[in-house]
Design a protein. Sequence first.
Length: 214
Amino acid sequence: MRRLFIGMLALGGLGAVVGGIGFIAFTTQIAGHEPARVKPADAIVVLTGGPSRIVDAVSLLNEGLGQRLLITGVNKSISSEEMRRALPDGERLMDCCIDLGHKALNTRGNALEAAEWTRERRFRSLVVVTSSWHMPRAMMELSRALPDVELVAYPVVTSRTEPENWWSDTGTLKLLVKEYLKYIMATVKIRPAKAVAGPQAETAPSAGGSSAPH
């Protein structure tokens, strides 16, 4: 029993070390600053989850870094008229250049919804806008759903998620640990929750044409 107990402690310690190393490696993928320059693309996709994301995505659209913008994961209770009033220059942009996606329920759903939208419009490149800590998982899911589309990351960085603040803020550290666990689950394709609303199948469209990816 003593040997078993010592063995279990050793395995637990090894697991903690491996997990810690993996977490540190994960944090190196998180951008510490927003890019000074962004490569133009056919379109822009922003994943909902923070107001700064949408504001930055609309700014990129206004700068001509994409022809059109998809806001994916919009709550079903939010209408186009509400977004029109809330967005900077929303009156003009909602009429010409912005689409709202209401199907996505999580990051996997964002990728599937973006894939359907991208295929329908035959875009070949996308600027992806989301929080810096969320970008690694978002890019992983999007690259799986759109393997033939070029993805340009635009990570949104707030003062809370700047590298020098991670270790001193307990809330941010918990957020990053939680995101790291989700990243691991996404890596091995563990899907504990439904990705999109509705009865559609959760599969990405083929490269040969447009089809509903859900």
